[in-house]
Design a protein around this ligand. Sequence first.
Ligand SMILES: NCc1[nH]cc(CCC(=O)O)c1CC(=O)O
Length: 305
Amino acid sequence: MTQPLRLGTRGSPLALVQAHMVADALARAHGWAADAIAIVPIRTSGDRIQDRALAEVGGKALWTRELDRALDDGAIDFAVHSMKDIETIRPAEIVIAALLPRADVRDRLIGAERIADLPHGARIGTSSPRRAAQLRRLRPDLATTLFRGNVATRLARLEAGEAEATLLAAAGLDRLGHPEIGHAIPVETMLPAPAQGAVGVETLAARRELRDLIGAIDHAPTRACVMAERALLAALGADCRSPVGALAVAEADGLWLRAEILSEDGALARSAEARFPADDGAAPARLAAALLDSAPPALAALFRG
Ligand SMILES: NCc1[nH]cc(CCC(=O)O)c1CC(=O)O
């Protein structure tokens, strides 16, 4: 190996940890020395815009545009992403060529042990429409206040008293070396975001040799689950800013997919689940259709729009 392989990533502390996890797995799989891979941090639009909810900014591809361009230009060979942050429909020339084994999929509550323990009217810092809707569904008295920025920023804002509690993904806290922070919420109480806890590696579809190299670290059960959750999201016409929870679990004889859609204020919600063979690629779309068909019309309209 003469030129190191270039691994593009966002520059946040979590993104860098995840890029190092990919680099380590790749080096181990192929028996390479650590200097066979170079990590290339790239600033994205999502990193620049800090003062507004991303849903308001409206533009898609906020976390991916600059990394996509670097792939297209050949400035990097691979791009590492938190799978829950990338758009449901990716550019045709880009493939998700590997997924690391998924981490803890749950959200953790920081500031109280359980949602039921939060004081009446407590302010919850979050920028996630899903978390806000799920919280208000359980506790309509709660207020949500916009929290953005990386994990450390959000914890600092909580510490500064800008909210009584916040919610963060267990996967991010664990990877940043904070397994002790917060209290995991059971998925039965709060269904996670589609693809939460999964790290993916993209490359150009046309680069066969790169796809084969990275394919060596692909974790098949994680791929099956994450792709089912993303297919459901696509069939709902939703994206990573929609109030949608989805979780697939690999079982002995197939996948178990649970899904939930909500109105922004949590007043309307519907959930559904299905078990199907892992190779039934149409099953997630069928579950999405069943979910919309059984939802109150006012809720379904938010998605069918
Ligand atoms: N939206 C930001 C984001 N993207 C991925 C993670 C955590 C890691 C993961 O879910 O894989 C986080 C932070 C959070 O939601 O707490």
